[in-house]
Structures are given as structure tokens and as C-alpha cells.
Design a protein around this ligand. Structure first.
Ligand SMILES: [Zn+2]
Length: 354
């Protein structure tokens, strides 16, 4: 019965509710963050996702919203002024780059792009809380989850998702915000920022022997709601889904979040050149669906934010699978077929699923 009502609501929303559609929040400035032609964070990433959304006919179901720049007082909830002043002082001139470390590079417009990326998340939070959008996806660059409160790294300058979470807490007095991070890399910046803040539930899968090499180095604090779920190299759909089913979903249901923010990195896909996990694009559709179900008390209040995913083709198809489900569209046929294949083999070969 509950499922039928939910389906009916989704159908009516798609039919009549222009403002109740999912929001795509982005800005042309994200193309101008240019860390160099050999850098994995290519300006083409967002365009590749957009092309896949159009090809799969998901695009017409989205409201296209232009991001606004974050305000200093919103940034101050996460990053101290002296850190931001340091970034500002290092901003290179047009045509030049400034290397913070081997991976993290600033071009002339990078800091502006980072400010609009954080602004996009703040705006998306405002949209879903005001019910002007039913879920939102922030197509932003540079990514954010490796940015600590006072340290950049791993391509990240400003922790976009942390700024969005703190804005939701400060502006709307939310008491329970879930941050879900399925990027192949450990969200070390988000961990540092929220390790002592019990208003945040942080669910985090990552490959163990990959940057930032979290094995034994994960920062621990007083927040009991930090759930780090390391994955060994080669982990595929079966093991991944089992971990989500047994660890993430019960934690999400127990926490009863008022808002869910997703650090959506798609670099755990088997074809992504960055990591060595073996996820399939159908896993992103499956996981998104499970998150929506487990966080049903905050219906419509999910804001997903692009983190990693660097090989364009798997990035585009994975993001499209994720966004299609967030937009309330039926799962693509290939995703349903893949789920059925996994379910059938779960029954036939239960040992594989232990
Ligand atoms: Zn990543």
C-alpha cells in the first residue's frame, strides 16, 4: 500500500509539479577551473554527464538552476578565515597555475569555481527544504570531500558538502543530517570536520589502499555516528551491496535524518581508471533507491553533490543512473536486469554473498 501511494505521488509530481521536480544545480564557471590538461579533474566531466542525461531522456525531468556564490558567513561555518585568506593570496594570474600539492592545483578561476560549488550545495539545501525541488544534484567542480577545515588536498579546496550540512543546521536548526559518501576515496576532509559533531551521521565507503591511505589513519573523535566501511581492492557489486544492506541502511533508518547529503563520487566504477573497485553503473541506481527508501521520513530532501569519477564514459553512465532514480524515474532496464541477475545468483550461490 505504502509503495503504491509513493508511486502515485511520484507519477503526479512528474505530471504536474514543475517546482516539485528534481533540481540540477550547476554554473558555467565550473568549466573554468583548469588544473591542467593531464589532470584527471577535466572540465569535460560535467558536460559528459549532461550528454548522458539527454541521451537517456532524463534531462527534461530536471529543473536547470544556476548556482550562486557562497557567502563568507556560510563558508565560516566550516573554514576559518585565515585558511581562506591563504587560498586567496595564492590565486594565480590568468594563464598560470599554483600547485598546492602534487594533485591539488589552482588556476586563475579555481577559487571562484570552488565558491560557486559550495554555493550550489547551499542553494540546493534551500530548494529542497522549501519544497521547491524534490531532490537536487549539484554538478560542481572542484570536488570537496578531501578539503579539511584548514587544509586543501586531493583536488579539493572547499568542502562543499560540509558547507551545505552546516548551513542546514545553522539556518534551519536541523538536528540530524546524514552525509553519505560512496566515492572510491576516503572522505578524510569530511571526517575531520564532523568527527566531533553528533548532529551528523557520516556513512563512508572507500578503497583501503588508495589516497588518502586511511588504513590506521582515520581521525576519530567524539561523534558516535561516524561509520567508516573500508573496501578491499577488487570489491564488486555483491560485497558492496551486502555492506550497504547490513551496515549503512540500518544506521540510516535508526538515525532518522531530516536531510540527506550525498558525496557522489563515481570513481568506484569498474571502468574508472582511478580506483580498483568493481562497481557497475546499476549499483549506483540500486544504492540511490535504497537511500531514498531508508530515509523515507525526509522525503524529497536529498541533495547529491558530485565528487570524483574521472573516466568520462563510466562517470556519465553512473551519474545518469543515480540522477534518474533521484528524479523519480523508473530504473533503466539494464539496471533491473542486473539486480535480477545478482538476486538469482544470491539464491543459487549464497557463499558468494557472505
Ligand atoms: Zn574520489
Amino acid at each position: 500500500m505504502k509503495k503504491t501511494i509513493q508511486r502515485l505521488r511520484t507519477f503526479l509530481r512528474r505530471l504536474f509539479g514543475r517546482h516539485a521536480r528534481m533540481a540540477w544545480v550547476s554554473h558555467p564557471i565550473f568549466m573554468q577551473h583548469s588544473p591542467g590538461k593531464d589532470h584527471p579533474d577535466s572540465p569535460q566531466r560535467i558536460a559528459a554527464i549532461q550528454t548522458a542525461l539527454k541521451e537517456q531522456k532524463i534531462w527534461p525531468y530536471l529543473q536547470n538552476i544556476e548556482a550562486v556564490e557562497v557567502q563568507d558567513k556560510q563558508l565560516a561555518l566550516v573554514h576559518p578565515r585565515n585558511y581562506l585568506s591563504r587560498l586567496e593570496a595564492n590565486q594565480p594570474q590568468e594563464g598560470k597555475i599554483y600547485r598546492i600539492d602534487d594533485d591539488t592545483v589552482m588556476s586563475h578561476q579555481s577559487l571562484s569555481a570552488a565558491r560557486f560549488a559550495a554555493g550550489a550545495v547551499v542553494q540546493a539545501v534551500n530548494l529542497v527544504i522549501a519544497k521547491k525541488a524534490h531532490h537536487a544534484f549539484c554538478a560542481v567542480r572542484p570536488p570537496g570531500h578531501h578539503a579539511h577545515s584548514s587544509k586543501s588536498g586531493g583536488f579539493c579546496l572547499i568542502n562543499n558538502i560540509a558547507v551545505g550540512a552546516m548551513h542546514a543546521i545553522a539556518e534551519y536548526r536541523l538536528k540530524r543530517v546524514a552525509v553519505v559518501d560512496f566515492d572510491v576515496h576516503h572522505g578524510d576532509g569530511t571526517t575531520e570536520i564532523f568527527k566531533d559533531d553528533p548532529r551528523i551521521l557520516f556513512l563512508n565507503t572507500f578503497e583501503t589502499d588508495l589516497f588518502p591511505f586511511p588504513e590506521g589513519n582515520i581521525e576519530r573523535g567524539t561523534n558516535p555516528n561516524m561509520l567508516h566501511t573500508p573496501l578491499l581492492r577488487g570489491t564488486g557489486s555483491r560485497r558492496f551491496r551486502k555492506i550497504i544492506r547490513t551496515q549503512w541502511l540500518p544506521a540510516l533508518k535508526r538515525f532518522q535524518p531530516e536531510l540527506v547529503l550525498i558525496s557522489a563520487g563515481f570513481d568506484a566504477h569498474r571502468q574508472d581508471e582511478t580506483g580498483r573497485l568493481n562497481l557497475h553503473e546499476a549499483d549506483y541506481a540500486w544504492l540511490t533507491h535504497k537511500i531514498i527508501q531508508a530515509a523515507s521520513e525526509c522525503s524529497g530532501k536529498i541533495v547529491s553533490v558530485l565528487e570524483g569519477g574521472y573516466t568520462l564514459e563510466p562517470l556519465a553512465k553512473s551519474a545518469a543512473a543515480h540522477i534518474g532514480v533521484l528524479a523519480g524515474l523508473p530504473k533503466a532496464q539494464y539496471a533491473t536486469a542486473y539486480d535480477q541477475y545478482l538476486n538469482a545468483s544470491r539464491k543459487r550461490f549464497p557463499k558468494l554473498f557472505r
